[in-house]
Design a protein around this ligand. Structure first.
Ligand code: ZN
Length: 270
């Protein structure tokens, strides 16, 4: 059956097609995309193009974005959604604002809808309910390796969390998942991390202690680890890994282990 939506998508993909060599450079620069199948890579390419068409990326003074920078951002934004049904998971915002550095208080930004946002503190990212996603450029540049850090995935995980209201660490789960299992698993791991830090604020925790701030940060930080250090997350919190793998419908640990078995550069633990 002829579908306007498919026709429209095809038109966008044709109109904004990227040179294969440029896309290949994007893939080569993001180790966390290593090991994706050809089919997954093609889907990631299409969704990245559509994402850049749907969202406005605003670079503030001091940041100059090249096509490859935009594609790197889009590809990392789309990685978590790669196996989620083709619905608009990143709804409710239209703009991603790139700051030249971590931002300090007080901050003000007028988004494309004309809403002025103000906030305090020093951050490398912010995700507003019904507002833009704000990313600091150095954090974006540091993202993409298997290093347990990914600012893009972190902030966009907040957006997934906000799909059913305030950021509280509970995104809309699939029908085959149980809220009780999710809540129990996340709460136990969160409590355990907090207990460790209460006993010793300088404790060398397995994951970034920022996850102990609140349940929303726990979800965002563990989502970051799922895609950028799945081995670390799985070892520290295997049940959290399983819940997140069910939510994102991906098994990045298996992908990483296959890379470690078959690629010499992955033979050494990262
Ligand atoms: Zn956060």
């Amino acid at each position: 059956m002829w579908s306007f939506r498919d026709w429209h998508r095809k038109r966008i993909l044709a109109r904004f097609a990227i040179e294969p060599t440029v896309w290949q450079r994007v893939l080569d620069s993001l180790p966390i995309l290593d090991g994706l199948t050809a089919e997954e890579t093609e889907r990631l390419y299409q969704r990245s193009i559509l994402f850049l068409h749907a969202k406005r990326i605003t670079a503030l003074a001091g940041v100059e974005l090249q096509t490859e920078d935009r594609l790197r951002l889009a590809a990392q934004a789309q990685l978590p959604l790669l196996h989620l049904a083709d619905l608009n998971w990143y709804q409710g915002f239209h703009e991603i604002v790139i700051y030249p550095g971590d931002f300090h208080s007080p901050q003000k930004h007028r988004d494309s809808a004309g809403v002025v946002h103000e906030w305090d503190g020093e951050h490398s990212g912010e995700a507003w309910l019904q507002g833009p996603v704000i990313l600091a450029w150095p954090g974006v540049q540091e993202s993409g390796a298997w290093e347990g850090y990914n600012l893009v995935i972190h902030e966009l995980a907040h957006k997934l969390d906000m799909l059913n209201g305030d950021a509280n660490g509970l995104p809309p789960l699939h029908r085959n998942m149980r809220i009780e299992d999710w809540a129990h698993t996340m709460q136990s791991a969160y409590d355990s991390l907090n207990a460790t830090l209460d006993a010793d604020p300088d404790a060398d925790t397995a994951i970034d202690p920022y996850a102990a701030e609140n349940p929303a940060e726990f979800f965002a930080v563990t989502s970051e680890y799922l895609f950028s250090a799945p081995d670390v997350l799985h070892e520290a919190y295997p049940e959290v890994y399983r819940q997140l793998a069910s939510f994102y419908r991906q098994d990045p640990l298996m992908r990483l282990q296959q890379l470690q078995q078959s690629h010499p550069q992955y033979a050494e633990p990262h």
